[in-house]
Design a protein. Sequence first.
Length: 406
Amino acid sequence: MTDTSLAPAPAATPDARPAVREIGIIMNGVSGRMGYRQHLVRSILAIRDQGGIELPDGTRVTVKPILVGRSEAKLAELAAKHGIEDYTADLDAALADPRWEIYADFLVTKARSSALRKAIAAGKTIYTEKPTAETAAEALELANLAAAAGVKTGVVHDKLYLPGLQKLKRLIESGFFGRILSVRGEFGYWVFEGDWQPAQRPSWNYRVEDGGGIIVDMFPHWNYVLENLFGKVETVYAQASTHIPTRWDENGEPYAATAEDAAYGVFELDGGPENGPIVAQINSSWTVRVNRDELVEFHVDGTHGSAVVGLFGAKIQHRNATPKPVWNPDLADDHDYDADWAELPVNDVFQNGFRQQWEEFLVSYVEGTPYEFDLLSGARGVLLAEAGLESSREGRKVALRTLTLE
């Protein structure tokens, strides 16, 4: 019998489990509606609860949030509800702690710039809501500061991740439209004044002194949608209107609505050599009663076909299936024009758009790859909002300048 008592132990079997990298994320402003629902619950906690993101090499990236805000009691309540260990009302302390690699900002616009400056000075990677600043000059300054500090940045471009717009992108890339001619967008719904029925948006949205207004809110969205799907915005002509001058706040008190609640914009786009100039017209309104399939819809016309897309749906009409209407005001038209459109099939599984962009940004951060939706992209959105307000004030078309890093 062989004595094995002194034989070397067998070599340990390599651990088959992939390595896991945990990334600490400072989440500032999660008590707000968007920060809580879309960024905390439906994005970061969803990523955490699924065990992170698996990369092509088999490693996994997971996330650990720290909640930051003004009310420590409210933060403690949110942390307990969702099993989060860390929260603080001291942003400076969180920024000084090396455990937290990414700073994520969901504050109101007026508070965002100063917080982003602190995060850049602390060398944190930045992921932020938009608008990134109150003026284009300040937004560009932030982009330059981040570039000079070598800080990676990302700006939320959530509308691009809507299932309907992802279907639209696929149509564009397939050449379905032929030469794209025009884009018409309708966004909005009726926001109650707050007197006899509570308003479904916060009152600061309607006070310009608090950073409110639908142009500042929505034109940054329209900029990245238009430039990423159709072409760079070159000019804007806009009419801003405050249709309802008095509203009632969260305490039931009347206040003067100093910011516009509707904006009607015409945008000229550089469609490139394949399309040439494209005209886009987008109405944005909190004073409209909805008579469409979804709260936002885009109608795109091209030489070979057209499409109407919303948050989820997409329907198309090819040139070969286009009816030939004849205008006759003396006879009722009983043609069912809706029946001439075909629903685009759902060939992909779409997840929450905010979460999808978060995952893309985290992968880009870990792998060190370029990320196009950065603070410079955010600054272009602020520039369009600024130009839209200028156009409305002066009653003229405004050309947009090109923003570049120093």
